[in-house]
Structure formats: structure tokens, C-alpha cells
Ligand binder design. Sequence first.
Ligand code: 3HC
Ligand code: NAI
Length: 697
Amino acid sequence: MSIVSYQLIDNIGVIQLNNPPVNALSQALRQGLQQAITAAQNDSSQALVLICEGRTFIAGADISEFGKPPSSPSLGEMLTSIEDSQKPVIAAIHGTALGGGFETALACHYRCAAATAKVGLPEVKLGLLPGAGGTQRTPRLAGVEVALELITSGNPIGALQAEQAGLIDRVVDGDLLEGALAYARELVADAAPLRRVRDITIDTATVPAELFDNYKTKLARRARGQIAPLHIVSCVEAAVELPFEEGLKCERERFMECMQSTQSGAMRHMFFAEREAAKIKGLDRGTATREINSVAVIGGGTMGGGIAMNFANVGIPVKLLEISDEALQRGLGIIEKNYGITVSKGKLSETQKEHCLSLIDGTTNYDDLADVDLVIEAVFENLDIKKQVFSQLDSACKPGAILATNTSYQDVDLIAAATRRPADVIGLHFFSPANVMKLLEVVRGEKTSDEVIATTMKLAKTIRKVPVLSRVCYGFIGNRMLRHYAREAQLCLIEGSTPERIDTVMQNWGMAMGPLAVGDLAGMDIAYNARKALTDEQKGNPKTYCIPDALVEMGRLGQKSGAGYYNYDAKTRARSSDVGVIQLVEEKAAAQGVARREINDEEILNRLIFALINEGAKILEEGIAQRPGDIDVVYAFGYGFPVSRGGPMHYADTVGLQKVYDTLNQFHQQTGEAYWQPAALLEELVSAGKTFKEWAS
Ligand code: 3HC
Ligand code: NAI
């Protein structure tokens, strides 16, 4: 079937697009659609319906064409042909009409949609703004406030909401083509005018004074350094103040600026990296997967409760096994409380909460796990306990059940060896809070079967996680790298900086939180207790842990005790610095023989981020991660790394690997520490003049 087809059904011309998987607006599609519109002007049709084959209406411009030389017709030219049509064009939307796809619908004279359809302008999530009239036509139809919210958030809305906002004219029940044809016939019968959105004037009286300035102030805080959101507000402002053509010109200029920015380059990289991470090298596409219709979680603590919620949220029943009735009741209580919070935020109804809770069933008996398809263990981080749990699971669970561990650091192969079915054992490393964080590290052991890998990668999507495959090593991809980042934060602190300065530098750069504030949020006692189990040699350089050890021993565990690196207001949780902490840091520095000095922002940033990059390169060299983009996905979805910088490995490419390499060498010379020795892969790429991206492709 050709990419654009045309047929006359009675007096209605039907233009059908078929460009799988998502009908993206490639050059061929733009050309075919424009030709179809032009040709239809001269036939016997009285109206035209634009509809798509496959799973969705047009999901946007073809992102893979961005950054390449423009090819004709441009999207803008094609949309002008649609809007100029002398016969009404009716968009018939199903699936998701996104970005350029929704802009195409907005250039049509009327829009109908299936009730399940969604529409939106998600360009901001790619560091862009709608570049084909979206910022000009949306406020003309829906008003300025709806337009600002839709375009700056990038979140799609459902057809019914879009109808209420004036963005959709009719919601169709039943067959979409039938409904669209009936609507088109009605419009013809009523001699409905060619409703060109560009000709609508926005009544300035409906636009509150200061609206745009207030929006910009709000966004400047939320978007933290991103350029697209502020440009969007300016474009919508232009839609109010300027004639359509001039507004379009303003939009075009700002779109091009965004398109050429490193921010958008990074965000587009993240879009494709996230999707690529789901693909497993060397695994046959046809690998069978197992059905997962029931799950058990072992341990109902911080992680186990959140993990159980993920499954209940998508209707999969969960058995939660705890060590005692008391621990079980505590775990179930926390789950109920967490659902209650979601209800109070208006994100879940009381009925939905009850339904989810009814799917979580507590037990203390392994016999109750005989029929489950998947078990996820989330007991204490202790190898012996985990081995014992796996040996019990091996006896209790049916053949073919997948046995997974949520361990953060333990060797998945050793855990698998505690069973007679290591091929069915895998790591499923969730991030805290497990019902919120999107990342799921899927850790394949030496003996894990392809079927188990394929099943768990697929399951991750079912529970709305972003999976990344890792091989076994201490800390897997994310936590192994994090140790180096955290080490540098500690060293910067003892060598001369302050918690406030380090956190501010990292946050201003784009990290969701600074490293020391994260320590306070997570609770410093966790790492403290883990360190207690280590030998001095395993603990490494005391300069990297003497300060948090002392804080914990002073009862400063972090936010939960009201104080850690910072003091926290009991009511507002607002943080403030504590001179006592600075004194402690100075004392510890003196005790360690460190002469404190001024450490500038660039040094803080480079030490923390380049430490991540160097370890990331080693992880690639050892084949722990499949590709650099996978590491970027881990950091963006699990550690609050700014998407607009594209993850540590993409960021390294944008900085230039030569610069990264030279700086690492400089740190190595200054400190003599082996960990600053540039990774062999980095050295190889620098001498070949290649980037991580080029190495991966
Ligand atoms: N361009 C090119 N490829 C695209 C694409 C696009 N706009 N949207 C999706 N794809 C590709 C994906 O890379 C993936 O390829 P793969 O199978 O080789 O990995 C395939 O289509 C399927 O995508 P998903 O795995 O994401 O499928 P889902 O069913 O989960 O989701 C979707 C479908 C909701 C449409 C989702 O793909 C999506 O959000 N796409 C991006 C939408 C978007 O951002 N549109 C705006 C583009 S920018 C623009 O239009 C600028 C304009 O204003 C000028
Ligand atoms: P936790 O201490 O909050 O919960 C552990 C639970 O396991 C407790 O409720 C305990 O009663 C139960 N338990 C202990 N032994 C058991 C047994 N033999 N059988 C059944 N239940 C048992 O611990 P948390 O934080 O939930 O961690 C669990 C696992 O998840 C650990 O392996 C940890 O490394 C990992 N993890 C923790 C993260 C975190 O941020 N807390 C993040 C990612 C992974």
C-alpha cells in the first residue's frame, strides 16, 4: 500500500496516510499529502477527510530528519496547501495526534476524533516548540491560557477535554471513518464555511494583563535553563499581538534557534536512546516471552511496598511475603498510606485505590507462592539472607516462574547459584520510590536465559518503567558510577567547599538535586550501616566518608531527623545551612591533614561529572552496558541528570572527548589517584577522533 492513498466515497474524498509505525511526517508523506490535496481540488469531491492507517494519526514531524538539510515541501508549505483548500478538509484522529501531526489537524478546517484519541504538542520535551503554526493556531481556537498550558507542559489531552477546549469539533463513537464521513456530509449539507483557524482573531480583552510575564517567571523556575519553554510563551504572545503571518515568522525563527541548540540535540538523543535501550543486542526478535499474570514480592519494606504497587496499578495481582505478621501489617499499612496520598492529590479515586489494594494480598507462607509467574525479592541487602530466600523460592515456586532480585550491589550470579534454576534468575533493580521512579535496571546473570530477559524487558513497559539492560558488576550501571560522583562531592567538601556551594553548582547546572541534599533525603544512616559491614580497605579513603560518619554519629541522619548536611524546618522542610556543619568539616579536614582551599564552580562540576563519564567509559569497555545511550537513560531516569544535557555520555560528546580526556589526565597528575586515569576506551576514541555516539553506531 502506498504511503498516501486517495479514494472517493460518494461525494467525499478520503485521503489515507500509511507510514508505519506512527505516520511521522517524512518528506515522502508531506509530498504525497500535498499532492493529494492539490489533485482533489479538481475532482467531484465536496469535502475531504484526512485519516490514518495503523495505530495512530500522525505522531509528529519525523524526528530522525531533524538536523539534516531541509527537503521540500516543508511542513509549513504543506499545511498552507491544506488550509488554502477550496473544499473543507476534516481531520479524523485516532491514537495520538502529536506535534506536527496535531498542527496538521489544526490546519484542517474541522477536526473529529475517536473518544480514545489524544492530542498534544510535546515538542518542548524535545527542546523544541511547535514549528508549524501550533503556537499560533492553538490560542486562536482554545484561548491563550489553555494554549500556554498545553504547549509548555507538552502533555497530551484526551479527545473530550480537547473538544471542551475547542480544539476538536466532534468526538466520534464507533467506527472513525464512518463517523468522519457522516460529519463531512453534514458539513456539506449545511454548506459549512471553510473555517481557517489563521483567520480567527484573539480577543485581547480575554487575555489577563501580566499573564505572559507571570508565566515566564513561573517557567523560568520550573524549566531551569531550558530555552524552549520561554520561547513558547513569546510565540503565544505574538499570536495575540501580531497578524498570523508575522506570528508564524516569529515562531519559525525561534523554532530554528531551538532546533540548532545543544539542548534540543540532547533531548532528541534521549528520545531515541530510551527506545533503543529496550532493544537487546544478540537477542532474536522472535524470542518467546512468558506470560506474567501474577507476581510475588518478598519483603514489604521501602522498596517491596513500592514494587508491589507498580503491579497492582496495572491490574496484576501481587502476593506480598514478609517475615512476620507484624512486619506484614506494617508493610501493607505503608502501601495503603501511599495510595491515600495519591488520592488526596487527586491523582487516584477512592474506588481505584480500593481496587489496587484488593489486588495486594499479604502472606508469611512460601506455600502461597506456588502459582505465581514472577517473584521479586526485596529483603535486606545481605547476600546470605538473599541466598536463603532464593533457595526457599526454588522449592516453593512452580517450574518456569521467574525469580528476580532487587539487590543494589549483590552478585546476581551468586544469588542464582542458590537455586537449581539459574536460567530463571535475573536482577530487577527498581529505584526509590519504586512506585514513582521510571528507571528499571534489568541485570542479566551469566546464566539468565534469553526468554527471561525478553520477558522482563517487556514487562517493564507493562508497568510503565524504562528498562535498561546491565550485566553483573558491583552496583551495576547506575550505582557503580554514582560512587565516583559521590566520592568527588565528599572530597570537594573536605578540601574546601561547603554543602550549599556543591549542591548549588550541581543544581544550577541542571541536576534535579545536589549530591549532599540527596544524601539528606535518602537518609545517611543507610550508607553508614552499609559501611560498618566493610573492612577499612573496602571503605577506601577516610576523606570520602569521615564527614557523613560523624554527622550520623551526631544523630544528623538527614531530613528524617530534621538535620543532616543542612537543618530542616519541621513544618515546611525548608533547608538552611548550619555553621556547626562547616566547623565539623573544618575539623575533619584538619584531622585528615587537608589544607582547605577555594574550589571554583568549574572544578566542582568537572570533578563530579567527569568522574561519572570516566566510569561510564569503563562500563562500556567491559560490556556491562550495551551502549552509551543506555547509560544516559539510566542517569536521566534514575538519578535526575538533566535531560537537556542528554546524560553523561552524550554530554561528554558535546563537551568534546579530548577536553574530557585532558581534564582527567590533569586530575590524575594532581592527585596520583588511579581512578582518574582515563579509561582505555576514552583514550582509544580520542586518538581515533571519534565520539561515543560514533563508536556505538
Ligand atoms: N519521528 C520519527 N520516529 C518516531 C517518531 C517521530 N516523531 N515518533 C515515534 N517514532 C518511532 C520511535 O523511534 C520508534 O521507533 P523504533 O520502533 O525503531 O524504536 C517507533 O516510532 C515507535 O515509537 P514508540 O516505541 O514510542 O511507540 P509508542 O506506541 O510507545 O508511542 C508515540 C507512540 C506516543 C507516538 C511516541 O512514539 C511519541 O511520543 N512520539 C514522539 C511524538 C513527538 O514528540 N512528536 C513531535 C515531534 S516534533 C514536531 O512535530 C515538530 C513540529 O512542530 C514541526
Ligand atoms: P527495608 O529494610 O526497608 O525492607 C526490607 C524488608 O524485608 C523488611 O520489611 C524486612 O522485614 C523484610 N525481610 C527481611 N528478611 C526477610 C525474609 N527473609 N523474608 C521476607 N522478608 C524479609 O529495605 P529496602 O530499602 O526496601 O531494601 C530492600 C532491597 O532493595 C535491598 O536489597 C536494597 O539494596 C534494595 N534497594 C533499595 C533501595 C533504596 O533506596 N532503599 C533502592 C534500590 C534497591
